[in-house]
Design a protein around this ligand. Structure first.
Ligand code: FAD
Length: 467
């Protein structure tokens, strides 16, 4: 096995493995270092993919309960029930297929996999420790893609059984009767939406004044309403004083309350911390920002040390799989000497896969108000869209915020089961600097759910057609 490479990538999450593939395709000799047994990082193993599989099972259960309303009768299935072991089995099979797929892609693209814990030991030098044995590798450039882990809080002891984070929750073998979700961000709301529909009585406890605090206030309000119909109690502007496991129950005391609320399980979902420890950053003098993320120049993704780049969850940009992989491909282009326009994070879509989903791009209405920016806004409901009614997904709306002078699309906020699929149209449009007229004049097929985009564009221009 070679010990000298053009590029060494540390971490095989979506940022690391996609960067490694692309660098190899551009002709670099690439090694990818991974400490865990399977490739794919958080996203494939304990993040995006298994979470979406859990949510899909919840959606299928909802649908099964409605079969009769479609005119479909299935003998013996008047009362569909959840088969939780099968939910987990299906999820694990999908994860296995996808992580094996990454191994296959590495082989196909001639990326060398090095198993073990990687640590930068000098410029162009990485030590890998595996089973107590250290090997040193050299390279022209290093790409740090070590990702993130679930953030813990000092006053809450995660025991991995009754009190878990998104890393341990996968081991649950039954649906808890009651659960508290501490932190109503994306991850907390997704698990609440799944477990609530499985039958758990869920309490979401969020200290901000809305769940999903980075989202537009109207989409957060719509999601709050929907979660309440899914067995979820939603508490906002509330802090947790103490969380204590007692036997097979957990006592949660909230600020302003004296007696504890008792739950069978607690999920702590208060964000993700960057993996910056023990990877040799201090040895070469790599700077962190004030929140502990690796500081990079967003025009190159290079750290303050030439030849060492960082991308994905370990840098202070949105902690999303597609953001990390886009940054990695960009950094590889820069390493290869290509010219690129910097990534415009205002065109970076975010999606939450609750029921219904939320997807967004650009500014929220409150951000525009705070910035004193002139804007026009309109909301178009899915109830006015025939295909949404046919598909029984007429919940939610598309909200568009534009600059009235030039018709620039400043923000888009979608609430609907298909929101994550629809937001990409806006990402493309905004990347191409479209105006609202461009969007309104784009012919959308009928009947489709996505024709709402054209309708919402007309609405924000002041002439709603089908409403
Ligand atoms: P990671 O995926 O965290 O991968 C880092 C890799 O580096 C890991 O494999 C780790 O073992 C390895 N590593 C770390 N240190 C070392 C070392 N020193 N040596 C060797 N290897 C090392 N994002 C979305 O876009 N959409 C979603 O729907 C979504 N859902 C999510 C659901 C959940 C429950 C969670 C937890 C996250 C979700 N995310 C989602 C976020 C997404 O998973 C992350 O943004 C993404 O995985 C970050 O990619 P990354 O490559 O930067 O890091």
């Amino acid at each position: 096995m070679s010990t000298n490479f053009d590029l060494i990538v540390i971490g095989s999450g979506p940022a690391g493995y996609e960067g490694a593939i692309y660098a190899s395709q551009l002709g670099m000799k690439v090694a990818l270092i991974e400490k865990d047994p399977t490739l794919g990082g958080t996203c494939l193993n304990v993040g995006c993919i298994p979470a979406k599989s859990m949510l899909q099972s919840a959606l299928m259960l909802d649908k099964a309960k409605k079969f009769a309303s479609y005119g479909v009768k299935i003998a013996g299935s008047d009362n569909p029930e959840l088969d939780f072991p099968q939910v987990n089995k299906r999820r694990d099979e999908i994860v296995k297929t996808m992580t094996n797929g990454v191994s296959f892609l590495m082989k196909k693209n001639k990326v060398e996999i090095i198993r073990g814990f990687g640590s930068i030991s000098g410029k162009g030098q990485v030590d890998v420790t595996s089973d107590g044995k250290k090997t040193t590798y050299t390279c022209k450039n290093i790409l740090v893609a070590t990702g993130s882990r679930a953030r813990h809080l000092p006053h809450i002891k995660v025991d991995g059984k009754s009190i878990v984070t998104s890393e341990e929750i996968w081991a649950w073998d039954k649906v808890p009767e009651t659960m508290a979700v501490l932190g109503g961000g994306v991850i907390g709301c997704e698990f609440a939406s799944a477990y609530g529909r499985y039958g758990s009585k869920v309490t979401i406890i969020e200290m901000a004044d809305q769940i999903c605090p980075t989202e537009d206030h109207e989409t957060a309000a719509e999601l709050t309403k929907a979660l309440k119909k899914q067995n979820c109690e939603v508490l906002t502007s509330v802090k947790t004083k103490s969380v204590t496991a007692k036997g097979n129950k957990v006592e949660v005391v909230l600020e302003g309350e004296n007696s504890p609320r008792v739950f069978e399980k607690v999920l702590l979902s208060v964000g993700r911390a960057p993996n910056v420890e023990n990877i040799g950053l201090e040895k070469v003098g790599i700077k962190l920002n004030d929140r502990g993320f690796i500081d990079v120049d967003l025009k190159t993704y290079q750290t303050n040390i030439p030849g060492i780049y960082a991308v994905g969850d370990v840098i202070p940009t949105p902690q999303l799989a597609h953001t990390g992989s886009s940054e990695a491909l960009y950094a590889v282009d820069i390493i290869a000497g290509k010219k690129r326009h910097p990534i415009n994070y205002l065109t970076n879509p975010a999606a939450i896969y609750t029921y219904p989903e939320i997807a967004s791009i650009g500014y929220t209405e409150n951000q525009l108000k705070k910035a004193g920016r002139n804007y026009k806004s309109a909301k178009f409901p899915f109830t006015a869209i025939a295909k949404a009614r046919i598909d029984d997904i007429a919940d939610g709306f598309v909200k568009i915020l534009i600059d009235p002078k030039y018709g620039e699309v400043l923000g888009v906020h979608i609430v609907n089961t298909k929101a994550s699929e629809m937001i990409a149209e806006f990402a493309l449009g905004n990347n191409l600097e479209m105006t609202i007229e461009d969007l309104a004049h784009t012919i959308h097929p009928h009947p489709t759910v996505s024709e709402i985009i054209k309708e919402a564009a007309h609405a924000v221009m002041g002439h709603p057609i089908n409403m």
